[in-house]
Design a protein. Structure first.
Length: 174
C-alpha cells in the first residue's frame, strides 16, 4: 500500500465514521421529531378540550343573561304596575276619607243625641224618685220598724257632685 492508497483508506474510514455519526444524529433527530409531534398533538387535544369547555361556559352565560333580561323586563313591568296602583290608591284615599267623614257624621250626631236623651231620662227619674220620697210618710219595713225618709239631696251634675265629694273627703282627712 502506498501513501495515496493509505490516505484514501483513512479518508474512507473517516467518511464511514462521519456517515455513522450522521445516521445516529438523524435517528435521534427522528426520535425527537416524533416526540415533539406526539406532544404537539396531545397539547392540541387538550387545547381543543379547553376551547370546548370555554365555549360551553360562554353558552351557559348567554342563557343566564337571557333569563336575567327576561326577569328584568318583567320586574320593570311590575314596577310600572305598582306605580300605577300607588297612584290609584292615592287618588282613592281622599275619596275614602270623604266617604268616611260623610258616613260617620250622622252617626256621631245620633250617638250624641242618644247619650243626651239617656242622661236626661236618668236625671228625670232620679228627680221623680226624690220627689216621691219627700211626699211619702214613714214607711213600715218590718214588724215594728219604721224607716224615715232621707233628707232631700240636691241633684246636681256629676261634675259638681264629684267636686263636692272630693272637697268632703279632703275635709274629712284634716
Amino acid at each position: 500500500m502506498n501513501a495515496g492508497q493509505l490516505a484514501a483508506l483513512i479518508a474512507a474510514v473517516f467518511f464511514a465514521v462521519l456517515a455513522c455519526a450522521g445516521i445516529v444524529v438523524l435517528v435521534k433527530l427522528s426520535r425527537l421529531m416524533s416526540a415533539v409531534t406526539g406532544m404537539v398533538s396531545e397539547y392540541r387535544e387538550r387545547a381543543d378540550l379547553l376551547i370546548k369547555q370555554a365555549q360551553e361556559a360562554v353558552d351557559r352565560t348567554n342563557e343566564q343573561l337571557a333569563r336575567t333580561d327576561a326577569i328584568t323586563a318583567s320586574m320593570d313591568q311590575v314596577t310600572a304596575n305598582m306605580a300605577e296602583l300607588t297612584g290609584h290608591v292615592s287618588a282613592l284615599t281622599g275619596l275614602a276619607r270623604g266617604l268616611s267623614a260623610a258616613a260617620t257624621a250622622p252617626l256621631h250626631g245620633a250617638s250624641a243625641f242618644v247619650f243626651g236623651l239617656r242622661r236626661a231620662v236618668a236625671v228625670r227619674r232620679s228627680l221623680q224618685v226624690a220627689a216621691m220620697a219627700e211626699t211619702m210618710p214613714a214607711t213600715l219595713v218590718g214588724p215594728g220598724k219604721v224607716v224615715t225618709p232621707a233628707k232631700q239631696a240636691a241633684i246636681a251634675s256629676p261634675a259638681v257632685s264629684a267636686t263636692e265629694a272630693t272637697a268632703a273627703s279632703r275635709a274629712g282627712r284634716r
